[in-house]
Design a protein around this ligand. Structure first.
Ligand code: NAD
Length: 433
């Protein structure tokens, strides 16, 4: 199929590249000229393992190109995939301005029948709104479908090439066959549903995963008080197939560009139809307070934080990505600066994005985990990068001012800490001193 993908962020670029990998002809469009220039030179503007290799092979095969010319891309394509951002408005609702702009441009450019598919996460009813905007901007015929995206940053290529399922929301049933054929090379698990259900499936899925995380985090807080170990509790729970082991890692909570904004948006979607989503409101509140456990544990071990030197391991919201959107690290760093602490920050990939977001005289930017630990009164691990899991813990006692390690992701086992001389505080597990 000839496909245009509008938006070359984490979703658009990965989807475009993977559709090309399966033999389709894909034009990736973005209005950000710098991004397109980089892409044309086969440099990915995002960090995503494996993406540049696939960009190169598919461009060489003549199946993948990049442009800022949306109109031309639309005219040359049968399927137009919308993958622009849908960030939060201050009231939590999804901001649809990028969707609306893109749809107007698509409508104006259409020169024949097109299928317009929304991959961006949008509130229930948005695809009907998109149909209306298109109709106002073109006389050509079209169909709008909803194909929500479930990829995870950091493993986005594999998630897209081998998804658990693909959800296709459509009203025109004649599209079932061509869209199923398009997606069959990825998986047989294709679930065709109404557009409104597809829109809801995306929000309900993210809200459920966020609920699992906040649930285990609350259990971890109780574990600390009753002397249980949350990693053992989660393992024992996860062995029950009705529960499942994933998303039961206690820590400092979720972040990223999806869970925080999608949970807020679903609360608003419910509120707009006079339904108070009490459970999800609590999930969000628990998540917001969980990151402050790092501060409480630091104060518990160091007292007043003013003037203290704190090493930070990890800034991205999760490993294998440079994305810092809604990362717990942001509020933790801001709180520590307000408390008068001095900081040594290190992340394997996300330093530049973080520095562009927060720069402050109290921050020293480090080039390694050990540099961030050197001279520190405590080190806080905020992202479970592989590099930290294999850090030489036995060296910490020699290079740190005080060998205090606060593990916000429960990365280390008690056996790894034994004999290192480290005072170790994690989430929902007994302290080790
Ligand atoms: P992003 O911010 O990384 O990328 C969006 C891109 O769209 C940007 O490059 C921007 O320049 C471009 N853009 C905006 N308006 C445009 C226009 N009119 N024409 C051309 N380009 C335009 O966003 P993302 O993280 O890829 O997310 C996109 C959507 O997918 C969101 O709705 C998000 O909720 C959803 N989603 C994201 C993920 C994820 O892990 N990031 C996973 C599933 C779903």
């Amino acid at each position: 199929m000839k496909i245009a993908v509008i938006g070359t962020g984490y979703v658009g670029l990965v989807s475009g590249v993977c559709f090309a990998e399966k033999g389709n002809h894909v034009i990736c469009v973005d209005h950000d000229k710098q991004k397109i220039e980089k892409l044309q030179n086969l440099i990915s503007p995002i960090f995503e393992p494996g993406i540049e290799e696939l960009m190169e092979s598919n461009q060489k095969a003549g199946r993948l190109s990049f442009t800022t010319d949306l109109a031309q891309a639309v005219r040359q394509s049968e399927l137009i995939i919308i993958a622009v951002g849908t960030p939060s408005l201050p009231n939590g609702e999804a901001d649809l301005q990028y969707i609306e702009q893109a749809v107007i441009e698509i409508g104006k450019a259409m020169n024949s029948y097109k299928i317009v598919a929304t991959k961006s996460t949008v509130p229930v009813g948005t695809n009907e709104h998109i149909q209306m905007i298109l109709a106002m901007n073109t006389l050509e015929s079209f169909d709008v479908v909803s194909i929500p995206e479930f990829l995870r940053e950091g493993s986005a290529i594999q998630d897209t090439l081998e998804p658990d399922r693909i959800v296709i929301g459509l009203d025109n049933l004649t599209l079932t066959e061509p869209l199923t054929e398009l997606h069959k090379p990825f998986t047989d698990q294709i679930f065709v549903t109404s557009i409104r259900s597809a829109e809801m499936i995306k929000y309900a899925s993210n809200a459920f995963l966020a609920t699992k995380i906040s649930f285990i985090n609350e259990i971890s807080n109780i574990c600390e008080k009753v002397g249980a170990d949350v990693t053992e509790v989660a393992k024992g729970m996860g062995q029950d197939r009705r529960i499942g082991a994933s998303f039961l890692n206690a820590g400092i909570g979720y972040g990223g560009s999806c869970f925080p904004k999608d949970t807020d948006a679903l609360i608003q979607i419910a509120g707009n139809v006079d339904y108070e989503f009490q459970l999800l409101k609590s999930v969000v509140e628990v998540n917001k307070s969980q990151r402050y456990k790092i501060i409480t544990k630091l104060e518990g071990s160091l007292g007043n934080l003013s003037g203290k030197l704190i090493g930070i391991w990890g800034l991205s919201f999760k490993p294998n990505t440079d994305d810092i959107r809604y990362a717990p690290s942001i509020e933790i760093v801001e709180t520590l600066i307000r408390a008068g602490a001095r900081l040594k920050l290190y992340d394997p990939i996300a330093m530049d994005k973080f520095r562009a977001h927060i720069d402050h005289p109290a921050i020293q930017w480090c080039e390694s985990a050990l540099e961030a630990a050197t001279g520190a009164d405590a080190v806080c691990l905020l992202t479970d990068w592989e590099e930290f899991k294999t850090a030489p813990l036995t060296q910490l006692i020699f290079i740190m001012e005080k060998p205090i390690l606060i593990d916000g992701r429960n990365v280390f086992t008690h056996e790894q800490i034994d004999g290192t001389g480290i005072h170790y505080y994690s989430v929902g597990r007994p302290d080790q001193k």
